[in-house]
Write a protein that binds this ligand. Structure first.
Ligand code: ADP
Length: 150
């Protein structure tokens, strides 16, 4: 059984995340969408809201599980018997950042990270941009799935 963990803050879930999730589905028997909780980080959406975005969007997808975790992603993967981490790459900045984390995670645990390059036309989407647009009252609906549109 091939299991992957897709870790993230999902603050909020975007069409960038859903792109990676949908493209990951044929590769794995199960994907755990794992919201990392960090008590020192400030979020726009509560944990309950972020969980709800994921659960609602994938309620009819039996291969997807939604969970929260604290601490190291590789420890959570081991607890769940997941051998892979799923991540997306939008640009060179993501690549540099993810490279260091991916290499460290592999050294620590032997867990491989599988990367998808953002789909053409979706690389501009990020939760940070969505939050900025929301704060300033702009139209963010084209960047998020239905459930986040409210
Ligand atoms: P984190 O706070 O851990 O970066 P995010 O929720 O922002 O979590 O992102 C989780 C993952 O989704 C990351 O691997 C990120 O690169 C990927 N991702 C986010 N937006 C996009 C996008 N538009 N295209 C491809 N991957 C994306």
């Amino acid at each position: 059984m091939k299991k992957a963990v897709f870790p993230g803050s999902y603050d909020p879930l975007t069409l960038g995340h859903t792109d990676i999730i949908e493209r990951g589905l044929p590769l794995f028997d199960e994907i755990i969408l794992a919201i990392g909780t960090n008590s020192s980080k400030k979020y726009m959406f509560s944990l309950e809201e972020r969980l709800n975005f994921l659960k609602q969007t994938y309620k009819d997808e039996p291969k997807i599980k939604v969970m929260t975790y604290e601490g190291l992603t590789v420890n959570f993967c081991k607890e769940q018997n997941a051998e892979f981490i799923l991540r997306g790459l939008r640009n060179g900045q993501d690549l540099e950042f993810e490279k260091a984390i991916g290499q460290t995670n592999y050294k620590m645990s032997g867990i491989e990270t599988v990367f998808f390059i953002a789909s053409s036309g979706k690389e501009h989407i990020s939760s940070t941009v969505v939050r900025d647009v929301i704060r300033h009252g702009g139209n963010y609906e084209f960047m998020v799935p239905d459930v986040v549109r409210g």
